[in-house]
Design a protein around this ligand. Sequence first.
Ligand SMILES: *Cc1c(COP(=O)(O)O)cnc(C)c1O
Length: 462
Amino acid sequence: MKYISTRGNTPAQSFEDVLLTGLAPDGGLFIPESVPKIDHEQLLAWKNLSYAELAFEILRLYVGDSMPEEDLRDIINETYPVFSHPDVAPLHALGDNEYVLELFHGPTLAFKDFALQLLGKLLDYFLKRRQQHVAILGATSGDTGSAALEGCRHCKFVDMYILYPHNRVSEVQRRQMTTVPGDNANSLAIEGNFDDCQNIVKKAFADQSFLPEGYQLVAVNSINFSRIMAQIVYYFYAGLNFIDNHEAVSFSVPTGNFGDIYAGYLAKKMGLPVDRLIIATNQNDILHRFISNNSYSLGTLEPSLSPSMDIMVSSNFERFLFDLFEGDSSRVESFVSNLNNNAQQVSETEWNRAKRVFDSCRVDDDATCAIIKEVYEEYRYLLDPHSATGVEAARECCAGSKNPVICLATAHPAKFAEAIERAGLETPALPEHLGDLLEREERFTVLPAELDAVTELISKTL
Ligand SMILES: *Cc1c(COP(=O)(O)O)cnc(C)c1O
């Protein structure tokens, strides 16, 4: 398996190289050169596998010859036992044909653990083999930071620097980052907003000359293909429950950067019978505006009750555009780079093709609170605000459909108390392993929103 860039100006790379960089050198995103196809017989054979066994069958197709299969199997077998539920990703039935796929049983209570727990182990494996050190640098508005710190804190060859906006993340989110033990975990509170953090990170990646000899930066946001790869597994794990009678299922996915739903798109491309992929957005609705009006344009960033979906541009959408433009990299490039100046659109035929795969729905804060309350009253089931947008979108887009719809529950409700309170409900307690989170000692460094301040700290502490 080799990976190519959506911008077409990078030679094909191995999985190992893709994991260790993130963004392609030409500014594009890595995608598999060809997507492996799974036939119906194979799907039936996968139906009764455990989560880890299924993960092995799928990931080996993407890792290719970057590592011996037995090593990959060992890594996977060590990864998923840290999840607190024996099924890892349990499927919970709500009403008729309506399901919730619980992706919040990992250490930091959001779906990002699925990929970042694995990424930590993969990095350790390859870096040990190469005897090389790297620095992870990332900006976070919440869930990615804690999942990355938790996933990589045991890595001997990795130092981590996670930037978050000082005083602008929730207390639970901040504490999940600042209380991670380990000498290699550095939480940097930046005196600015999330965009300031992201800009610093982008500049540091563009000029890495501040790093000591031999070091390089690794990206852990969803532009890193290894994250997408790990997320393909739970679409199969859930969808295979319905495979016997050839029933296609729909997935409703709370979406920000288009990473999670792009994994669902790859699962469909591989051969999982998927009816629709529903993009659920909050008021930051660039993707919904594209699907409903064929207009992809920057809006203003509006803080919402589902902060992990607060984005202006969805980076991973570029990966889908590459397919939509049938591999024409120059069109991908012009679509993405002209976005700053004006709204982008695609041809009528292309737009219709996109709409055959994706449906979309915008769920604002009021609608989010309303559905949290409604589902709680119907089923005594408490949704977090991100997951709630998915359930509402499923109900709006799938009314009258006979196919089962699986709503991805991307975070645990205890993580986002404000929305639960606004819905008039009582916040649940944090799960046991985080019960003492509010008493743990915090470690973080406050820095001005300046590139030099960050690079100086990194080069001093590496
Ligand atoms: C990151 C995140 C999302 C959005 O996922 P994308 O891959 O960026 O679309 C949704 N919900 C939660 C809880 C998240 O942490």
